[in-house]
Design a binder for this molecule. Structure first.
Ligand code: ASP
Length: 323
């Protein structure tokens, strides 16, 4: 394996071989998760703390199951009832937890960059479970695993990422990952929901859903992230559905075997119609959830290999750098 990172803060620093190795390792965890005995002992004796400063259903449950299946002691901090509510800063919370000698911290935070900051203050591996609109690295990895298993490859696939791209950390991490793996990327949505400078991201930008979906191999829908919007970005959810919702009729413009993805939570009847979201053989949304557990197991495994004394892994030099 080539993975040389101390933390998993984003996809941007990862090399294509590191990504491929993580996906290959995750494939083995898919097999374990489908067997009757889902337990491994690779994290036995290690402590994983999940700190979610923002709501989560899939990601938190997935990290918890992943850690437990690998034998770690997993603790979920209830951030809503923690001292954060009494005014404690993120750094003080991190230093407090660090003193309890965790081996892994899984952190979600509404501010972009907050997880990187926290990683500088602690001694253990930090995994970014989503920071603001910046990155959600395990999501891009699980999407890549899902696509690779469905299509057999990532390179030269045409992937349309549709809807609220501007506020989506899933989209950002996917652009880094799928770009490195030589997929052809499109953003499809209204100009108000495109990130500034989108045309410089190495993607094609479409404002017309019919053109953007034409012959796409993968249609990735995104939720309208109202919690990250200050102001009015679309006239109304109804108008948005009318112009940009994924309907069966619009899906018919994509490649005949195009797959449909969504990171969840879905707003049915807004960015995606129920008959498409539930379309057997085409919608692989529940498969994304399954792959999420396997990917997180792979990430927890590789990030603790140095702690577990497995040679050939990232080492700290005398100057404090990791090589
Ligand atoms: N669950 C994903 C995230 O946390 C996508 C979303 O919330 O729409 O970014």
């Amino acid at each position: 394996m080539t993975f040389r990172q101390r933390h998993l803060l984003g996809i941007e620093p990862l090399s294509p071989p590191e990504i491929t190795d993580l996906l290959d390792l995750a494939d083995t965890y898919v097999d374990l998760n489908r067997s009757s005995d889902k337990h491994d002992e690779v994290l036995r004796g290690l402590t994983q703390i999940n700190m979610f400063f923002e709501n989560s259903t899939r990601t938190q449950a997935s990290f918890e199951i992943a850690g437990k299946r690998l034998g770690a002691d997993v603790m979920n901090m209830g951030m809503a009832s923690s001292s954060v509510k009494k005014g404690e800063t993120l750094i003080d919370t991190a230093l407090t937890l660090n003193a309890m000698h965790p081996d892994l911290l899984v952190v979600r935070h509404p501010q972009s960059g907050a997880v990187d900051l926290l990683a500088q203050k602690v001694n253990c591996a930090v995994l970014n479970a989503g920071d603001g609109r910046h990155e959600h690295p395990t999501h891009a990895l699980l999407d890549a695993l899902t696509i690779r298993r469905a299509k057999g490859r990532l390179h030269r696939l045409t992937i349309a990422i549709c809807g609220d791209v501007a506020h989506s950390r899933v989209a950002r991490s996917n652009v880094h990952l799928l770009g490195k793996m030589e997929a052809r990327l499109r953003f499809v949505g209204p100009a108000t929901l495109m990130p500034s400078g989108a045309a410089n991201w190495g993607v094609e930008v479409y404002h017309d859903m019919r053109e953007g979906l034409k012959d796409a191999d993968v249609v990735m829908m995104l939720r309208l992230q109202n919690e990250r919007m200050d102001g009015q970005f679309i006239p109304s959810p109804r108008e948005f559905r009318h112009l940009y919702g994924l309907t069966a009729e619009r899906l018919a413009l994509a490649a005949p075997d195009a797959i449909v993805m969504h990171p969840g939570p879905m707003n049915r009847g807004v960015e995606i119609d129920s008959d498409v979201a539930d379309l057997e053989g085409r919608s692989i949304i529940t498969s994304q959830v399954e792959m999420g557990v396997a990917i997180r197991m792979a990430c927890l495994d590789v990030l603790t290999r140095k702690t577990r004394g497995i040679s050939g892994w990232a080492k700290e030099t005398s100057s404090g750098e990791w090589v």
